[in-house]
Write a protein that binds this ligand. Structure first.
Ligand SMILES: Cc1cc2nc3c(=O)[nH]c(=O)nc-3n(C[C@H](O)[C@H](O)[C@H](O)COP(=O)(O)OP(=O)(O)OC[C@H]3O[C@@H](n4cnc5c(N)ncnc54)[C@H](O)[C@@H]3O)c2cc1C
Length: 550
């Protein structure tokens, strides 16, 4: 008798083919359409090339970089202080690829129409493969407007910040062609409340903008502590001021920037986040003394934009995986993607994903037109609205996408658990949900013309009576100023979905806009998968299902 025949217990069937190696751009019709729509038609080849990298080598690197967390050593074997964080080679591959493709630099080095949209599109692809490396990439990108406020510092630092060369060596910045930048504001007693910062800055010589100071104090969160320099806040006699603090002094010695420990985080595992102390660390003042918050807000506005892009990316990757799974998985002899209730869920997820992308790239479009006052006011408002709404929608949406995959979506072999753990951080850092909603009120009440810009942008409903009614209700809600802080989340949500509806209507795909308006402006939708009757769910599911292999 041949016992060997029993060794093969079963055949593997009814499992989806692997998506490994898929070009994330080519399987994403909404990305292709929206990036073209908002001025990045010229960049499609670049975005396409990045899509191939993101779905291939970067996706593989993403798993390795998260399985092998960064390791911190405070001292070397002889007892010398070294403050070193070491990363897996996969993390460096992610950083190198992104920097070489201009993810932190493109709109600053090539500021033509559509440049912000092109960069956001590539960042969207990168973040689908791996989000943790997005933290230093984004901070490096975002530091540029703040750095420009101090021309003599910018003259030295900007060419290095904008270089497409990644140099992770633990050496002084003067030895590097390319550098990365971080940001350290949050202290133990306050993150939202940065004005409560106790870190103190002492002038080395003459005080004032561009001058050298020594900083004494701590920061409770300082992500990517192996960056070459950090924008930070400290108190002077004139109040909270912004400083650029390099990790090395000009003589190449280590600056007095001491890493206490790394945070043990829910997700975002490839990225190191640390607690640090400044014990006389040398730093240079950026911007006006005592105006540190408005100075660093120049950076924070950009990182908030990237939170929108990042959460849109996490949602898209979750949708891609779920739609692909359901297109190949049968239950009861029928593909899940063809079963009515699963179609309702998938179509709803697809709507959320596309609406998030549309608003994020519309924001990129506004950043591409900084000299247009309407666009500048739009960007001011939508930074807060979009950061709040898109980041808030992501965790629940990703959870639902994982559930579409059944048990497979809960297992670490798939990317879904990582996406799910990553999602809440975009909502928390760079100003948490409530802070964004209060900022929406601040922008609308304190900054001239922002409310008018919002309603000019929303228009009259673009021929859709449901959107027209929504806009009317929003106007009434703003006319009533009683309890406005208490209602700030509702107002921010209503702005977000109103704008998303308007953008989808403008784009002209009625299956998408109609379903969005029918579901998002009607008050239902406490969970995903409750689209009303009459929605063309098959078209929506098809639009977002990867046509793979290409
Ligand atoms: C993984 C990770 C990495 C980070 N990296 C960095 C970094 O590199 N650099 C850095 O500077 N910081 C970093 N942070 C810190 C982050 O920006 C702060 O945690 C965040 O700004 C919130 O500050 P907090 O933790 O002090 O919370 P708090 O300020 O105490 O806020 C707690 C809650 O209260 C809400 N709240 C605040 N004010 C109001 C109000 N008036 N009305 C109603 N609700 C309100 C907030 O929305 C929040 O939900 C990081 C955080 C995380 C999780």
């Amino acid at each position: 008798m041949n016992l060997h025949q029993y060794a093969e217990t079963h055949e593997v069937t009814n499992q989806p083919p692997s998506l490994d190696g898929a070009n994330l751009y080519r399987i994403d019709l909404p990305l292709q359409e929206w990036s073209r729509r908002y001025g990045a038609g010229w960049a499609q080849e670049r975005i396409d090339a990045y899509g191939a990298l993101a779905g291939g080598p970067l996706m593989a690197a993403g798993f390795l970089a998260n399985q092998n967390k960064p390791q911190f050593s405070s001292h070397d074997r002889y007892g010398h202080r070294i403050d070193l964080v070491e990363f897996h080679p996969a993390y460096h591959e992610l950083m190198r690829t992104a920097i070489e493709h201009g993810l932190p630099s493109l709109p600053w080095t090539d500021p033509r129409e559509g440049a912000h949209v092109a960069r956001a599109s590539m960042t969207y692809l990168h973040s689908q493969a791996e989000a943790g490396s997005g933290c230093p990439l984004t901070m490096t990108f975002a530091a540029v407007p703040a750095l420009k406020l101090q021309p003599e510092l910018a003259e030295y630092w900007l060419p290095k910040v904008l270089a497409t060369e990644y140099d992770p060596r633990n050496v002084g910045d003067r030895h590097k062609v390319g550098v990365t930048l971080g940001m350290a504001m949050t202290e133990k007693q306050g993150g939202t409340d940065v004005r409560a910062n106790t870190t103190r800055a002492y002038p080395v010589g003459a005080p004032g903008p561009g001058q050298a100071y020594e900083l004494v104090g701590h920061k409770w969160f300082c992500s990517a502590p192996m960056c070459d320099a950090f924008l930070t806040l400290a108190q002077t006699d004139k109040g909270l001021s912004c400083f650029l603090l390099p990790r090395h002094r000009p003589d190449d010695s280590r600056n007095q920037f001491y890493i206490q420990r790394l945070k043990n985080k829910l997700g975002n595992c490839s990225n190191a986040s640390s607690e640090v102390e400044f014990r006389g660390a040398l730093a240079w003042m950026i911007g006006e003394e005592g105006r540190g918050v408005p100075t660093i807000i120049e950076m924070v506005a950009m990182t908030r934009f990237d939170c929108m892009v990042g959460s849109s990316a996490l949602m898209r990757q979750a949708l891609t995986q779920a739609a692909h799974h359901c297109a190949h998985r049968q239950v009861g002899g029928r593909l899940l993607a063809e079963q009515p209730l699963m179609q309702n869920v998938l179509a709803d997820l697809a709507l959320e994903s596309e609406a998030a992308l549309a608003l994020s790239l519309r924001m990129g479009r506004a950043l591409d037109q900084p000299d247009d006052p309407h666009q500048a006011r739009f960007a001011r408002l939508i930074t807060a609205v979009g950061k709040y709404w898109i980041c808030k929608r992501a965790p629940a949406m990703i959870n639902e996408a994982a559930e579409c995959m059944g048990g497979a979506g809960y297992v670490e072999d798939s990317i879904l658990p990582r996406l799910y753990r990553e999602a809440p951080v975009n909502s928390t850092w760079e100003g948490s949900g409530n802070v964004q909603c209060l900022d929406v009120l601040r922008a609308l009440s304190k900054e001239p013309g922002v409310l008018d810009t919002l309603f000019a942008e929303l228009g009259d409903g673009h021929g859709d009576p449901r959107l027209a009614a929504h806009i009317g209700n929003l106007k009434a809600a703003f006319a009533d100023t009683a309890d406005i802080q208490y209602r700030a989340r509702q107002l921010s949500e209503d702005i977000a979905v109103g704008l998303q509806a308007k953008l989808l209507l403008e784009a002209g795909n009625t299956a998408v806009s109609d379903a969005f308006i029918a579901s998002r402006l009607s008050g239902n939708g406490r969970v995903y998968g409750v689209l009303p009757r009459g929605v063309d769910v098959a078209a929506l599911v098809q639009r977002s299902t990867p046509n793979w292999p290409l």
